[in-house]
Design a protein around this ligand. Sequence first.
Ligand SMILES: NC(=O)C1=CN([C@@H]2O[C@H](COP(=O)(O)OP(=O)(O)OC[C@H]3O[C@@H](n4cnc5c(N)ncnc54)[C@H](O)[C@@H]3O)[C@@H](O)[C@H]2O)C=CC1
Ligand SMILES: O=C([O-])CC(=O)C(=O)O
Length: 338
Amino acid sequence: MFAARQAVGLFQRRAFSSTAANASKVAILGAAGGIGQPLSLLLKLNPRVSELALYDIVGAPGVAADISHVNTKSTVKGYGKGEAKEALKGSEIVLIPAGVPRKPGMTRDDLFNTNASIVRDLAKECAEACPDASILIIANPVNSTVPITAEVFKSKGVYNPKKLFGVTTLDVVRASRFISELKKTDPANESIVVVGGHSGATIVPLLSQSGSELKGEQLDEYVKRVQFGGDEVVKAKDGKGSATLSMAMAGARFAESLLKAAQGQKGVIEPTFVDSPLYKESHGVTYFASNVELGPNGVEKIHPVGDVTEYEQKLLDVCLKDLKGNIEKGEKFVKENP
Ligand SMILES: NC(=O)C1=CN([C@@H]2O[C@H](COP(=O)(O)OP(=O)(O)OC[C@H]3O[C@@H](n4cnc5c(N)ncnc54)[C@H](O)[C@@H]3O)[C@@H](O)[C@H]2O)C=CC1
Ligand SMILES: O=C([O-])CC(=O)C(=O)O
């Protein structure tokens, strides 16, 4: 009897310590929105997450109550206006889909006027409440909202370039799905490198590096579809927003990769828009999306772009020009509106 109790005690201690090692609090800012809700649900299903903090200026407690009934181990709590700091305290990962989505006819840059200040204010909350967390920016225009977040963190003296990520996962998700439709293959086996940024011409798929070959008009159409995949959804939703479900899947995949890397897995690689040396000196482009190896401290290694065809180089030239403008616009906004 005594031995049995001891054995149970040992098991409980072991179970407790393994949970503690994997204890990961994840916060979602904008959790009651089109992306926020399915993203919260997917993270509730992730056993690597121990605590979910759902913050939104409207509706977060309801979403949290609903999701909290899902019978996985993690705890869920909703936070409303004025409670961002409480939601963020102790978070290892913060995902930010807060902000308005596009309507037909708009570019992502048209969202700047509204979303720049939303992201700036939430970045301030993060810099104060959880300066060491990994910050995952989903709110558009990502090419500008990432530099905005960096400037806020710099102004508070807590900027860590290894822990700020623009989420561009949806671009590679689309790139692999769209090529599989053409080749009649399983998209799970298609891995396409996509570099640059996250809007129109700044999204550059590098098909030549994936073992797939398209030519002429078919290549043009493929590249255009990857670059403007978001517009396809905006048009189909006809005024009711942009991609939410596929984006939630992409955001959950990126968060899962970060958690795997944080919890010791090696060789975890995801594309993401980060403070990057790749085109800093040559083009003055300070942030760039490419494949990045993730580690326990965030960015472990930024992969170079590698060999590209003449066709892809032309796409890259356009991308770099647009990106520079988008980045500078974000930085200027914070300088003028601290
Ligand atoms: N990075 C990417 O690949 C993608 C980015 N997006 C972007 O994600 C953003 C969100 O899209 P949806 O979820 O469809 O929009 P939505 O309008 O459905 O949800 C946004 C949520 O943010 C909340 N919110 C607004 N201001 C806030 C604040 N100051 N603090 C906390 N919460 C706040 C709203 O109450 C709302 O619940 C948009 O900017 C969209 O362009 C969308 C798809 C893909
Ligand atoms: O297109 C949009 O506005 C939303 C987005 O970023 C995407 O779906 O890639």
